[in-house]
Structures are given as structure tokens and as C-alpha cells.
Design a protein around this ligand. Structure first.
Ligand SMILES: [Zn+2]
Ligand SMILES: [Zn+2]
Length: 518
């Protein structure tokens, strides 16, 4: 079932790549991530449960579900997902035998969730009420953990910050007060809320899963310590929206085994001392090996960025910088930029400009309007990447990662290919752009993806555009080696009725089109 031979300790799988509504081949937004023993979901669109069954993810290892924003296409799968976890929490016993062998049946997939388990959900203000009210109105039975009385669901709302876009979405009313109000009639003993406030740098840090009250029992005391951090920042959309990064800790340098052997020390526990910077006395006591002389430089941790729907993520630039993989929406094509911005969305070239600005090593376009993925045979539906590239389980999707990059040359045709081409042209490097497909697996190699050197023509174009660009952020972009800058986009706060943009042509176009969040 699993592509075990390919897992790199930092593995990503697209579970949904469609905007607004599912199509024949694409489900609503969800991205699954495995970092070591811990797994996470980013967004939980309708249909995520079924996608999950076919994925490389394992329910018992899911530590947190991160919601970018409250638009329905990103959260309508959440209540069902929570109930599936809960139904097994309430019905399994401590003595229930674990599944004896991997199985493709959905029951076996779900059956190994330990009884004492807390599910953590993270997202904007309003998420607690959404979870509580949905479960209440559906008469779901949500108790506390039978074994220790802990709540089974902890909803973390990211509070503070600018909260771009207000709380009313497209209905023209500011309903933020209702989003934070707690109705005691909808309280549930098994569901509690916590607030996470931004740090001094304006970004939110998610507490390590293991440290938190209600920490998971699925990671045993012998499991490795959590070796990554999740942080969040806000991006501009028509409602408050977050982007998340998963940042792996930097890793110690590698021991030069040949050199250490030559000095008289065979591989063994002392090597760990060396990697941790401690000098080691030789077994014969006649010398000391200096760690700094035999251990290479610390190795950069890998980084993933998953942005929610956005027409301007530049406020997250410093957090996203140098990401190995950047998921950026490209809802509409370049020719529809005015409409995209009015709806709080991006085009491929907008995504590419941001990727260039933050020096993302790989850009993955996602969240495609169904005009590109319709069920009529248009776009990806006729020419999408067929499953099986890279083989293995996890939905049989395409694979991108060590040794598989070349095989990923099977580019989609049709309408989505146009989006890909537009991003490639803007970024100037086709090797760095991927199109999200449901079940696409991205295995980030242990050393991270390399920043590919720009082809000569693209490098020249980048230099030229940087030189002629006179916007205020050009200097910063140039200093960072990128050529991009902000789009001059201001999404209206509070009224949610639309977006204000500074570009004249966008304003012209907006007059003719109504904002319509998705
Ligand atoms: Zn949205
Ligand atoms: Zn959306």
C-alpha cells in the first residue's frame, strides 16, 4: 500500500487540488504531509476521507489538521473526518488487537487509532464554533477520552494579527463578533478551544504536538522528539486566511567516516558524540578526535509552505523564503488576473512571481477553477497525468522526488497545461514548476531540493526585470536574488464585498464582475 522504499522522512501527498467543487479526477483542497512519524493535513475539503483511504497517510499518525480559511471548499470535509476518528475512539478498547497486517480496507485503516487520543485542529477564528455547532446539530456523541478524561478534540484558533479580509466573507456583513461568541448551548465536554497568539515577528508558532496538554499517545516515549515546527502567517484573500510552513530542524553535519577510521576510531556510539559536537578520546587513550575537524557543516532542514487561497501572500515572504516546496494557488489563468484578484485569487504568473521572490526551490500550482478541470473532458480530465508514474500505492498517483524527477516529465495537457506554461514563463524555469494532481506524491530528499541554476536566458530576463522595476520592494527582492515584488493588492477588510486593487486595468475589469468567494 505504501511507497515505503521512496519515503524520505519528509513526504507530501496532494489529496485534493480542485477549487470550489470536486471534478471527476480532483477533490476539494487537502494536502497530506508526513514528517518522520508525525502526519498532518492541510485543509480538509469535502471528500477528504475517501482520498485519505487511498493515501500514504495513516490515521493513527495524524497529529493535526490545519485549516487555511473557512471557505466551504476547505472545511466541508472536516466534520466527517473528525467523526470517523471519534467513532473509533469510542468503540475501540485498549485491548483491541492492532491490525495484523497492512490492509487496503478502510476499516483496517482506521482501526488502529489508540483510545487515548486528542485530535488537534488549527485555523482561523470561527473554527471552534464551526466544529462544535456542526457536531452538535448532527447529534454527534463527543465525550471525553474514556481512559483519562481528556477532551478528544482541541480546536486552536489563531487570534490577533491583521485578520485581513474581515469576518463576513462575501455576504457583506462583518460577523466576526458571532465568530468568537461562545454559545453555551453548543458547548461539548469533549471539544475545547485554545487561542494561539502571534509571536513578536507577527507569525504564529504551533506548540509542539508532544508538549501540549492532551499530547498524543500515538508517539511513544521511545519515538524521536518532534524534529520540526509548524508556523503560520496571514495572506490576503476575501476572508481571514492563513498560510502554513513546516520547517524541519537543521540537522547535524555528517561525520567523515574515512577520516575518523584513519584516526583509529571504528563506527559506534562515539560517532554520535562527534555529530553533537563533543570531542572523543581514542580507545587507546593516546589522542583526541576534535569534532570540529571531522564533522561537516550543519545541514539545512527541509521546508514546506502551504498557502491558503490568496491574491497576495507577500506578507509571508520571510517565513516562506527558501522553501523546498511551495504550494501556491493558481485558480485562474493570467488573462483573467482582474477577476482572480477581485475574488482574492491568483494566476500562474502571480504564483511564479512569489515563488521567485522567496526563492522557492519547487513551486506546485494548485486550487484550479473547475473551468480547467471540468467533467466535460476539457483540460486535465482528458490529458492529466495517469496514475502509475513511480508506481506503488498512495492512490497510484504520480511521484516526484529523488530519482523520479525525470519521470515527472509527463506534463498535463489541455487547459491545466496552459496554467503550467504561464507559470513556467513567469518563473523562467520549467524544472521548478509542478502542477498538483490528486494523489501526487512529493518526496523531499534528505538534503532538500537543490536550487537549480537558472538557464542563461531566464537569468538575463530576471536581471533585466529587476533593473527596470521601480517598486518599493524591488530592492529587497533583488537583494534576495529574486525578481518579483508585490502586486499592489489591497483586499478590503470587513465588508468582504470585494477587493480593492491599485492596478488600473484590474479596477476596470472589476467593475464588470462580481466578487464571488470560493
Ligand atoms: Zn477561499
Ligand atoms: Zn478555495
Amino acid at each position: 500500500m505504501q511507497d515505503a522504499e521512496l519515503l524520505t522522512g519528509f513526504d507530501i501527498q496532494v489529496l485534493g487540488s480542485a477549487a470550489k467543487m470536486p471534478t471527476i479526477r480532483s477533490s476539494c483542497p487537502c494536502i497530506g504531509v508526513r514528517v518522520g512519524a508525525r502526519q498532518m493535513l492541510f485543509d480538509c475539503g469535502e471528500g477528504t476521507q475517501r482520498q485519505f483511504i487511498h493515501s500514504i497517510l495513516i490515521p493513527s499518525k495524524v497529529q493535526g489538521i490545519f485549516i487555511t480559511h473557512m471557505h466551504g471548499d476547505h472545511v466541508f470535509g472536516l466534520p466527517g473526518m473528525l467523526l470517523s476518528f471519534l467513532s473509533l475512539l469510542n468503540t475501540t478498547t485498549n485491548n483491541a488487537p492492532p491490525p495484523s497486517s497492512p490492509s487496503s480496507s478502510s476499516h483496517a485503516q482506521w482501526a488502529d487509532i489508540p483510545k487515548s487520543r486528542t485530535l488537534r485542529v488549527y485555523g482561523p477564528v470561527g473554527l471552534y464554533n464551526y466544529v462544535c455547532m456542526t457536531l452538535n446539530l448532527c447529534e454527534a456523541k463527543v465525550g471525553v477520552n474514556l481512559s483519562d478524561g481528556r477532551p478528544v478534540i482541541v480546536v486552536h484558533e489563531l487570534v490577533g494579527g491583521e485578520q485581513f479580509g474581515g469576518g463576513g466573507g462575501g455576504n457583506g456583513r462583518d460577523r466576526r463578533a458571532a465568530f468568537v461568541k461562545r454559545d453555551p448551548d453548543f458547548a461539548m465536554p469533549g471539544v475545547v478551544s485554545r487561542a494561539i497568539r502571534p509571536d513578536a515577528d507577527g507569525f504564529w508558532t504551533i506548540p509542539p504536538f508532544d508538549d501540549e496538554v492532551g499530547g498524543s499517545s500515538t508517539v511513544t516515549p521511545h519515538s524521536r522528539k518532534q524534529n520540526f515546527v509548524v508556523r503560520a502567517g496571514q495572506v490576503k484573500h476575501t476572508v481571514p486566511t492563513f498560510g502554513y510552513i513546516v520547517q524541519e530542524d537543521d540537522k547535524p553535519g555528517k561525520v567523515d567516516v574515512a577520516q575518523v577510521r584513519a584516526l583509529g576510531l571504528s563506527p559506534g556510539p562515539a560517532y554520535k558524540d562527534l555529530t553533537e559536537g563533543r570531542d572523543v578520546v581514542l580507545p587507546d587513550g593516546k589522542g583526541v578526535i576534535r569534532a570540529r575537524e571531522v564533522v561537516g557543516p550543519r545541514r539545512r532542514g527541509r521546508k514546506l509552505a502551504v498557502l491558503g487561497d490568496t491574491c497576495d501572500p507577500f506578507s509571508m515572504s520571510s517565513l516562506v523564503r527558501d522553501a523546498d516546496v511551495l504550494f501556491h494557488e493558481a485558480t485562474l489563468e493570467n488573462e483573467m488576473q482582474g477577476m482572480a484578484i477581485a475574488r482574492g485569487h491568483s494566476t500562474p504568473s502571480m504564483a511564479a512571481m512569489f515563488a521567485k521572490h522567496v526563492r522557492a526551490r519547487r513551486l506546485v500550482l494548485t486550487h484550479f477553477s473547475n473551468r480547467y478541470t471540468s467533467s466535460s473532458g476539457e483540460g486535465r480530465e482528458e490529458g492529466g497525468i495517469e496514475g502509475g508514474i513511480g508506481g506503488g500505492g498512495g492512490g497510484g498517483g504520480a511521484t516526484y522526488g529523488p530519482g523520479k524527477e525525470q519521470q515527472f516529465q509527463a506534463r498535463p495537457r489541455g487547459a491545466v497545461a496552459r496554467l503550467l506554461q504561464q507559470a513556467v514563463e513567469a518563473l523562467g524555469d520549467e524544472r521548478r514548476v509542478l502542477v498538483a494532481e490528486d494523489f501526487l506524491k512529493i518526496h523531499v530528499p534528505p538534503e532538500g531540493f537543490h536550487m537549480l541554476p537558472l538557464p542563461a536566458a531566464a537569468a538575463a530576463a530576471t536581471a533585466a526585470s529587476t533593473a527596470t522595476n521601480a517598486t518599493e520592494s524591488t530592492a529587497a527582492a533583488a537583494a534576495a536574488g529574486g525578481g518579483g515584488e508585490g502586486f499592489g493588492v489591497v483586499v478590503a477588510g470587513g465588508d468582504g464585498a470585494g477587493s480593492r486593487v491599485r492596478r488600473k486595468e484590474d479596477i476596470e475589469q472589476m467593475r464588470e464582475e462580481e466578487a464571488c468567494p470560493s
